[in-house]
Design a protein around this ligand. Structure first.
Ligand SMILES: [Zn+2]
Length: 500
């Protein structure tokens, strides 16, 4: 049995003004071809790693074509996408010309990829692979939990198996699950059929953490359904709202064994259950000041503010300033901002050196939506070229690079200025600068949920706050133009849902 594999992964914010180019794919997680894939990913926690491990376990030949991943940002340039797709298909064709037909394709795709001129990037990619393979050979796809799923991709793929965790920690597992299902399909043991059910609502990031309620209950339900006879897989996708496309939003995908009626009925049952409880999946965001006040009342420190509207992990610029301004206005003690992207201020800090004073404007330079730059007169406490080792549950052991960076401090307010748009997955980089996060009273992170794996163990309280920035969670402000249905709680009022 011979299975081809690869993928082009990107979570695209149509609100981001940063276009995604070939250089981004090459410089971010990298662009790997053929054997390089087999040398790089075995055992790693990405789906392609799970495909490789699964192939070994089940004893089939895996043919690596092309795999690449760019960090979330704006629309992918058309010529970049066309080039990657063409090379993928060309490699598949060459393999078949030389060594005969493959039995199927395992695809590692994000599920929220948008290309300049192609709204459903993942659906387009799958369709092109389908066009080449014809109708009989299986294509399995393992998207992120934040995919915006469309009828096209469900029609063109044989089965879609999405992640079960957020923060995402089960990619290898999902890859292996897809590899195992591929074997059963090729051997004629099962015949997948799929149903997509889109759910017209906005799902707050703060309500998606799978280890906690209310999301845990959703995943428990999904796993209960997966244990039923005839069901091969259930995917819950919470959607990626910062994409103004026709099919934006959460969805359920049910894969059943040769029983369309069962798939349809199960998808209907599960999506109705989610819809009835829609109030549970939406949290009115806290204002920055309210979160600080409530945290102070609780009295447990550090209080962590997730600045989710400027989560660089979702494709924003990372230079919004409302929280920094609020910290300064309130004259907070032992307060820390992780991070603000500002290469100009960093250059200044490197010029004056450690112990020097810089007087300049910080942040707010990418777009007026990010808030105005903040005037600071701050001491340079430490400088760095940005290299560090991750030591938390996400990416442990991998090397990170924030680019030229600086720790500056005004009164008791510290800011870590960085060049790379990478979210703070943990305190590891701050530690290299000499900052002890655990001794802080207030920490603001430009992250929605991934920071939790490392910060939760010592946090006094955590609030997802609504500060001014491009990825607002006040979803009405996104002003979607393309969306085809009314969504809760924007056009369908919050109060319309019963409390269940
Ligand atoms: Zn995701």
């Amino acid at each position: 049995m011979r299975i081809a594999t690869g993928g082009v992964l990107h979570e695209t914010s149509t609100y981001s003004s940063l276009p995604t180019t070939l250089d981004d794919f090459i410089n971010d997680r990298g662009l790997y071809r053929g054997q390089e894939i087999m040398e790089t990913f075995p055992g790693s926690n990405v789906c392609i790693g799970g495909f490789i491990d699964g192939a070994k376990k089940h004893g089939f030949e895996l043919i690596p074509l092309l795999w690449t991943f760019a960090f979330p940002s704006g629309l992918i340039e058309r010529k970049t996408y066309d080039g990657l797709l063409e090379e993928f298909l060309q490699r598949l064709k060459s393999e078949e010309d030389e060594n005969g037909p493959v039995d199927g394709v395992l695809l590692d795709l994000h599920g929220a990829m948008v290309i300049d001129g192609i709204e459903d990037g993942d659906g387009h990619f799958i369709s092109k692979v389908r066009e080449y393979l014809g109708d009989d050979r299986p294509i399995l796809v393992t998207p992120d939990m934040h995919g915006n799923h469309t009828p096209l991709r469900v029609q063109q793929a044989t089965a879609i198996l999405g992640y079960d965790t957020y923060p995402h920690i089960d990619m290898n597992e999902r890859g292996q699950e897809a590899a195992a299902l591929m074997v059963r399909i090729v051997q004629g043991e099962v015949k997948p059929v799929m149903t997509l059910k889109q759910i017209p609502l906005f799902w707050s990031t703060a309500c998606q953490v799978t280890a906690h309620q209310p999301m845990k209950e959703v995943m428990d339900y999904a796993h209960e359904i997966e244990s039923r006879p005839g069901i091969l897989s259930v995917t819950v996708s919470t959607g990626f709202p910062w994409s103004d496309i026709l099919d934006v939003g959460p969805s359920i995908i049910v894969v059943a064994n040769d029983d369309q009626d069962l798939a349809d009925k199960t998808a209907e049952e599960f999506s109705s259950w989610i819809w009835e409880r829609r109030r549970r999946w939406y949290q009115l965001p806290f204002s920055v000041k309210d979160a600080i006040k409530q945290g102070q009342e609780i009295g447990k420190f550090p209080i962590i503010l997730a600045d989710h509207a400027d989560n660089t992990g979702g494709g924003t610029a990372g230079d919004s300033t409302e929280i920094l301004q609020t910290f300064l206005d309130l004259k907070l003690e032992k307060a820390l901002i992780l991070y603000i992207v500002d290469p100009e201020a960093i250059a200044l800090a490197h010029q004056v050196g450690v112990g020097g004073i810089i007087e300049t404007e910080i942040g707010g330079k990418s777009h007026t939506i990010q808030g105005p730059p903040v005037k600071m007169k701050a001491e340079v406490k430490a400088l760095s070229e940005g290299k560090f080792k991750y030591d938390g549950p996400m990416y442990a052991g991998l090397t990170g690079s924030m680019g030229p960076s600086a720790w500056i401090q005004q009164d008791e307010i510290s800011v870590v200025l960085v060049t790379a748009r990478e979210q703070p997955f943990g305190p590891a980089f701050a530690k290299t600068l000499g900052i002890d996060c655990e001794s802080m009273n207030y920490i603001s992170v430009k992250s929605s949920a991934h920071f939790r794996a490392s910060f939760e163990p010592f946090a006094g309280a955590i609030f997802n706050v609504e500060a001014k920035a491009i990825h607002t969670h006040d979803f009405a402000k996104l002003n979607h133009q393309r969306r085809k249905h009314d969504f809760y709680p924007v056009e369908i009022p919050y109060e319309s849902a019963p409390e269940i």
